[in-house]
Ligand binder design. Structure first.
Ligand code: UP5
Ligand code: MG
Length: 195
């Protein structure tokens, strides 16, 4: 993409911290295009003829990070498609969650404006995910997978947040509050970045 033509905000936070919920609100009010890496992976897994279906299913069940080649390609394709329709402002939800992805994306697709980071106690996220698991049909909304997702988040994804934070490129939001109160903080965070 031509330099400065696409604006990217990363939305990071633990499993169940509310990335998808808050992104949906921002889409409604700000006209961002919302791309969830997890949603793109689940769609690719379900796509007939995908050569990555079984691999993605396994990684998601085990709460592990799918090799970046797969995820970055899906994101790039989705961004290109939306860009060709005129979109320029993107919320990239649940990505990058490993250092290699962060470097690849920022070096080859676009440098992010900043990262919106949702802080939430594990116990709260666990309750939310177990509740959602009653109806979500997600293969990873069960206690065993959730524990693995928490571990991966701490070991593999927090280093990405810390890396951006050291560069002064993270805005933190406390998610352990009702949805509309979290959203008030999100709007403040965007305002602080001139959006
Ligand atoms: N809820 C939300 N906000 C609430 C609030 N303030 N108060 C009360 N309830 C609240 O919310 C989760 C649940 O909580 C919902 O029921 C909601 O109503 C309620 P949601 O907005 O869905 O949270 P979110 O952070 O989006 O949770 P999600 O489960 O989607 O997070 P994950 O990061 O675990 O899932 P994701 O889809 O991003 O990734 C899944 C897997 O894909 C990963 O584990 C990994 O295996 C794979 N993956 C990769 O390999 N690479 C990638 O780059 C990305 C994903
Ligand atoms: Mg989500």
């Amino acid at each position: 993409f031509p330099e400065g033509k696409v604006n990217v905000i990363f939305v990071l936070g633990g499993p169940g911290s509310g990335k998808g919920t808050q992104s949906a609100l921002l889409v409604k009010d700000h006209g961002f295009v919302h791309l969830s890496a997890g949603d793109l992976l689940r769609a690719e897994q379900a796509r007939e003829g995908s050569k990555y279906g079984e691999l993605i299913a396994q990684y998601i069940r085990d709460g592990l990070i799918v090799p970046q080649e797969v995820t970055v390609a899906l994101l790039e394709q989705a961004i290109k498609e939306e860009y060709s329709k005129g979109a320029t402002n993107f919320l990239i939800d649940g990505f990058p969650r490993k250092m290699d992805q962060a470097h690849t994306f920022e070096d080859t697709i676009a440098k992010s404006k900043f990262t919106l980071f949702f802080e939430c106690p594990e116990a709260v996220m666990l309750d939310r995910l177990l509740e959602r698991g009653k109806t979500s049909g997600r293969a990873d909304d069960n206690v065993e997978s959730i524990k693995k997702r928490f571990r991966t988040f701490i070991d593999t994804s927090m280093p990405v947040v810390d890396y951006f934070d050291k560069q002064g490129r993270v805005v933190k939001v406390n998610c352990n509050q009702p949805v509309d109160e979290v959203y008030d903080q999100v709007k403040e965070a965007l305002k602080s970045k001139g959006i």
